[in-house]
Design a protein around this ligand. Structure first.
Ligand SMILES: Cc1cc2nc3c(=O)[nH]c(=O)nc-3n(C[C@H](O)[C@H](O)[C@H](O)COP(=O)(O)OP(=O)(O)OC[C@H]3O[C@@H](n4cnc5c(N)ncnc54)[C@H](O)[C@@H]3O)c2cc1C
Length: 476
């Protein structure tokens, strides 16, 4: 902004201090963007990798491993961080955000990165007389939720998880791993009903049971009583704690009250800008772009990076994301590319319930339009590459991709442009050029999302060391 010939830094206020906001601020800092940045986060602690909360619950990661930045990082980069402060109102005329402590801050540009809130299902008996959740009933979205659930799990013997989607399976497995007998109740006809069809869901269900977690599909959790959770099919499940994993909805009330255009999320255009106020932007789980809300970290990060470019005056745009959803749960490997159940096309599928594996590709006009891999993800890199690039495939290729012997396709032989980290969108070639894993993490951000690519990244870095790719990179 120029005032009387002098360049004045604009004030950029980011509401929310989650995964999208953190990526946006990192990108702005790296670009030395001309803004005085303030980040408002209502959680009392620094930003963290939300995806890994269930891994922390099952003690596969230490809590301190998931912090994204200490408050000092913000000081060092001249970013003002307000923790434990909730943005309670936005006055768009005065361009001012009101805070929960009665204070406020002015903005020239405002970013909503408020994420999502858990959906609470209509189960009788889950709320106390003050309208809050009963102490033995838990949501699982925040670090505070994790803390409460971990404490409850340390004494509980039995748990019921309501919801058999990605989150319900993650939490259910985590509770089982820490020794709580866990049962999952899913009102839909199958597990992961939004992503999987019958054959895949049957293989998955069998696998979940094999791991010791009971599953009730097509059953509604109806009432929580002193005897446990009553289902509408007449079952009563004895339980010490209940976890609600019934999806989430965009945290867009603040934006709605500010008079912005909100359908489910804050409606933004391809420049991630509100369609009625060009000083206001939205990214991540609270943003609705081309009628879609993604709810995954990959798109949230793509949006953050695009918005950083937009805010720096570049001619950048976001046209949507190709989603690869990974189930990150102990003993369960699932990857879903796009929307295999609703995408038209020819279906090529291979199931081996005995081995707990299932693979499916939906091929339309010769390209991979969607897919599912369950139980054996050894070919995820090469399949994701075809999906991302929309490579034209010959008639026999989809079958070859699914049937290929996993031993014949080691990670180290992935082509350079095969995607290895689906969260951060990093290719095998970029990782090969790194000297060690820490350089790969620092320069590409691979492994910093769901972390399921960590093994592949280590193998690729090692292979690069042996075949001289590092030197080639140094010479570039
Ligand atoms: C347990 C769990 C597992 C997941 N696993 C995966 C996975 O494996 N893969 C995947 O891709 N995605 C996964 N997700 C989804 C992923 O975490 C989200 O897509 C991602 O966090 C979105 O980032 P965000 O910044 O939009 O929202 P968030 O990370 O939710 O951050 C929003 C922040 O804004 C704060 N906030 C809200 N309102 C206000 C306000 N008025 N004032 C101040 N602060 C406010 C919130 O408290 C929160 O800290 C998972 C989510 C959960 C909960």
């Amino acid at each position: 902004m120029t005032v009387r010939g002098r360049t004045v830094r604009e004030r950029l206020v980011v509401v929310g201090n989650g995964m999208a906001a953190t990526r946006l601020v990192e990108d702005l800092v790296r670009r030395e963007a001309p803004y005085d940045i303030t980040v408002i986060g209502d959680e009392p602690h620094p930003a963290y990798n939300r995806i890994l909360l269930s891994a922390v619950l099952e003690e596969a990661h230490r809590p301190e491993d998931i912090w994204l930045h200490e408050p000092r990082w913000y000081d060092d980069h001249g970013v003002r961080l307000l923790l434990g402060q909730r943005a309670v109102r936005v006055d768009r005329e005065r361009r001012r955000v009101g805070l929960s402590d009665g204070g406020g801050c002015e903005y020239d540009r405002l970013v909503f990165a408020t994420g999502a809130r858990p959906v609470l299902p209509p189960i009788r008996g889950i709320v106390d007389e003050f309208g809050g959740l009963r102490p033995d009933v838990h949501a699982f979205r925040s670090y505070a939720d994790y803390g409460r659930l971990r404490e409850a799990a340390s004494t509980a013997r039995r748990a019921v998880v309501v919801g058999g989607g990605l989150l319900g399976l993650q939490v259910g497995r985590a509770l089982s791993v820490v020794g709580v007998d866990t049962e999952i109740v899913e009102v839909g006809p199958m597990l992961m009903a939004r992503q999987l069809g019958g054959s895949a869901a049957r293989v998955l269900e069998r696998q979940v049971r094999r791991l010791g977690t009971e599953v009730y599909t097509g059953a509604r959790a109806a009432r929580l009583t002193a005897d446990g959770m009553l289902l509408d099919n007449g079952y009563a499940l004895t339980t010490d704690l209940v976890v609600l994993a019934c999806g989430s909805r965009p945290a867009s009330r603040l934006a709605e009250r500010a008079g912005l255009f909100v359908r489910r999320g804050v409606v933004v255009d391809d420049r991630l800008t509100s369609i009625i106020d060009d000083r206001v932007h939205a990214i991540g789980d609270c943003a609705e772009h081309r009628a879609r809300i993604h709810g995954f970290v990959g798109p949230a990060w793509e949006q953050a990076t695009t918005l950083a470019r937009v805010l720096c005056g570049e001619d950048a745009g976001y046209s949507g994301s190709r989603i690869v959803a990974r189930l990150r749960a102990n003993g369960l490997d699932v990857a879903v590319l796009g929307e295999p159940e609703t995408t038209d096309g020819e279906v090529v599928e291979v199931a081996n319930p005995l081995a707990g594996t299932y693979r499916k590709l939906v091929v339309k006009d010769g390209v991979v339009a969607a897919g599912v891999l369950l139980g054996d993800l050894s070919r995820i890199g090469v399949i994701t590459q075809h999906y991302d690039r929309q490579t034209a495939l010959g008639a026999a290729e989809p079958g070859g991709l699914l049937l290929g012997d996993s031993a014949a396709a080691p990670v180290t032989e992935l082509p350079d442009d095969a995607q290895v980290c689906v969260c951060a969108g990093v290719s095998a070639g970029r990782i090969r050029r790194c000297r060690d894993v820490s350089e790969a993490v620092a320069t590409t951000r691979a492994t910093t999302g769901c972390g399921s690519c960590a093994g592949s990244v280590a193998q690729l870095v090692d292979a690069g060391a042996n075949d001289g790719s590092h030197n080639a990179a140094a010479a570039v």
